[in-house]
Design a protein around this ligand. Structure first.
Ligand code: FRU
Length: 448
């Protein structure tokens, strides 16, 4: 799997689709839409493939897109990819509409495509749709200037079928890459967030170390003029190795929820040999601080997956090595703001040792998974009096939430045996709690 798609709440359940190649875990292949649903964002149940590449406009891939629920119908807008090998340009991308009234069977609209491929801009994809007052809006990722600059285009429609381009929300001047994938645009706490995944951003110190990035620009937006006025620079959303192609929704509790593909293109991680590849992050709730910084918290439903207590210590210097059950657990650490932290997540194979550390003098937090290009680091000035870390380990993944969620790291790692967690011997903390986490995703054949 790759990108999350069509995230929505429909008839009492969350639905999440995803880019999926049912044929092979070894290469991306021709994208289908896989499908799962959940009542609580943790206990997921697999459903049959929702969209197949079986029309002239999507036969080289049912690419990414989003959902909107109206009148008890789930509408899906996606990109149909059509390759033309040995031609220039070698592909075209159309936007298409599909719908479902039962949340399982999906029908493609017979009038597709709803937006034709522009002749000289073959990269135009990943529609994200929402409704404001009586109008539907769509943001599309695009590459222009002969494929050298990325941008986000805004479209509007009265009926989801007939669309007109109304503005360019923002565009790269070169520094922000040659293509913007998976754009998202939403209001949060009085501001507008343009969230997207640019390709072609050069590394700069601790920033932009991954092959591709995901980040956001905060600004103001006027629905009359369709003009977006940025008030911040582009900021990376997560600082780990494996975080891309995010999608958000506003759910029925009015929460802005975000999910990301917990992987990165061209990584060839060992899971592919086990017959699967790629996974999703824990769903996070987004908030905006007064100084226009996004905060991410695991949704409160994470409590539904919490298992038994494995370890709890107060005012300890260092800790014993605590073995997780089934390589899965939640680790919570609280310390004085003036502390330096070293926390190890380790397995028998040295290559699966991950060190998470905080250097309070420099105000830097680091995740180091070792090996080639293992280190990711960013500034963190905790917003609270205490230093708090909340870490979720799930077999081959680590998600770190710092403080109230002002910094996160999402990185994969590949233990070959049991996983244990340990505080460095000089690390003093006020509290450390380790709890088991229960497996909550059923297998594709729906066995546990
Ligand atoms: C992002 C992306 C999208 C595209 C999809 C194809 O990871 O490249 O732009 O729609 O993946 O699978």
């Amino acid at each position: 799997m790759n990108d999350p798609n069509g995230f929505c709440f429909f008839q009492g359940e969350y639905h999440l689709f995803y880019q999926y190649n049912p044929i092979s875990s070894l290469e991306p292949g021709i994208a289908h839409w896989g499908h799962a649903k959940s009542k609580d964002l943790f206990r997921w149940e697999h459903l049959p493939i929702a969209l197949y590449p079986d029309e002239w406009y999507d036969k080289s891939g049912v690419f990414s897109g989003s959902a909107i629920v109206e009148n008890d119908t789930m509408y899906l807008l996606y990109t149909g990819n059509l390759n033309h090998p040995n031609e220039d340009p070698d592909h075209e991308q159309h936007q298409a509409l599909a719908y479902s009234t039962d949340g399982v069977n999906v029908t493609k609209y017979e009038g597709n495509p709803v937006i034709d491929s522009p002749e000289h801009q073959p990269n135009i994809r990943d529609p994200k749709v929402w409704k404001h007052e009586d109008t539907y809006y769509m943001v599309l990722g695009n590459s222009f200037n002969n494929g050298t600059l990325g941008r986000a285009l805004l479209y509007s429609s009265e009926d989801l079928k007939s669309w007109a381009e109304v503005s360019v929300l923002d565009e790269s001047d070169g520094a922000l890459g040659y293509m913007w994938e998976c754009p998202d645009f939403f209001e949060l706490d009085g501001k507008f967030i343009l969230l997207f995944s640019p390709q072609g951003v050069e590394p700069e110190g601790n920033k932009y170390r991954n092959l591709y990035q995901t980040g956001y620009i905060v600004g103001d937006f006027d629905y009359d003029t369709h003009k977006f006025t940025p008030i911040t620079e582009f900021v990376e959303l997560d600082h780990g190795h494996d975080f891309y192609a995010t999608q958000t929704i506003l759910d029925h509790y009015n929460r802005r929820l975000l999910v990301a593909w917990f992987d990165m293109w061209e990584q060839n991680y060992p899971e592919r040999d086990d017959g699967w590849t790629g996974q999703m992050t824990i769903v996070r709730e987004l908030f905006l601080t007064k100084d226009n910084h996004l905060i991410q918290k695991p949704v409160t439903e994470v409590m539904n997956a919490r298992g038994k207590l494995l370890y709890s210590a107060r005012n300890t210097k260092g800790s014993k090595s605590v073995e997780l059950s089934d390589k899965t657990g939640e680790i919570r650490v609280k310390a004085k703001a003036s502390s330096d932290i070293n926390l190890f997540i380790e397995s028998k194979n040295q290559s699966a040792t991950v060190k998470i550390s905080y250097d309070h003098k420099q105000g830097l937090v680091t995740l180091d998974r070792g090996g080639n290009d293992g280190l990711r680091r960013t500034e963190w000035k905790p917003k609270e009096k205490k230093l708090r870390l909340r870490i979720f380990v799930d077999a081959s993944s680590i998600e770190v939430f710092c403080g109230r969620g002002e910094v996160t790291f999402s990185s994969r790692f590949f233990p070959e045996d049991n996983v244990a967690v340990r505080l460095g011997e000089n690390t003093e903390v006020e509290q450390m709690i380790v709890t088991a986490m229960r497996r909550t995703v059923k297998r594709p054949d729906n066995t546990e």
